[in-house]
Design a protein around this ligand. Sequence first.
Ligand SMILES: [Zn+2]
Length: 351
Amino acid sequence: MARLLSRKIPLAELHCHLGGAVTPAIMWSIAHSQGIKLPTRDYWEFRDTITVSEKRARSFDGYLQLFHWTELIQSSPIAVERAVYEVVGGAYRKNNVTTTELRFNPMKRNRGGEQDLDHIIAAATRGMDRASLEYPVKPGLIFCLDRAFPYELNEIIVEKAIAWRDRGVVGIDIAGPESATFRVADYRRLYRRARQFGLGLTVHTGEAGPVDEVARVVELLEPDRIGHGVKAAYDPRAMAMIRERGIVLEICPSSNLNTRVVSGWDEFRWIFDTFRRNEIRFTINTDGPEMLKTYIRDEMASLGRLAILSVEDQEVVAATSLAASFVPNVSDVPPPRIEPASRVVVEREEA
Ligand SMILES: [Zn+2]
């Protein structure tokens, strides 16, 4: 059996959507506590509705459709607080993930304006605070703009990220379905503005869309990281730009296999080899661990088992993920791993 990355090595999950990260049983409980009328009264059927399954054809749009129910159920302050709290704590317990950067679109959580955006955002920060009191974790929030949203709505999301930057919002992203109206160049000013306020910048590109978009995104939006970016392996110019600017890729293997963006592990082997040859820095992430039924260490284990990434490569990936985190002080000070008992003693001594 292939050696596994030591569990003692802490990880940062840099690419994780709130809509794909909450355990189905907890989603079920959140839905019921709010009296949401679900499409089924059967838990197992519900579970199939919000997770990938063998029965459903795999596609990019099919994957995005899974978010319909999860986003609806998460559309209230109570739901968002519990969802964030559960994801951050769960990632620590299950995988020793000490930094979870959770991304979501707050405007897909407020029932079309029925709920106040600031209440939704404040609830997310409360969820992070609660998890941070229980575990030695340093989480952060990334707000997703949407390719299919009009510019004016995306602009509001950026302004909210800026307004909440001192409360744990650490970055912005562009996500959502491919859209005929979306132009990378339109977002240049907004991305500059977010950078001026110290927010981290990432963008979904080089995933389902055209290969040549990656270079355009790098040039116009100057991101710190790229969501997925696997298609950059097919564009030497994009790879040169990514290397020169030190941009870090957030690769999510199982997600790309599920959406058929990557045809199989053989193609992944070639992609990773190409990135290594071109000195591209990358991290491994889940995209949505519960929706895709895979945790970050499962992703590492698969890559190890298939001899795509050695344990030494995985250690580099783990270090890269902490170094590339948007959460302040994650890269230089690893979160302490203090047992609850010893913490009590320390507090007494200080008093
Ligand atoms: Zn994503």
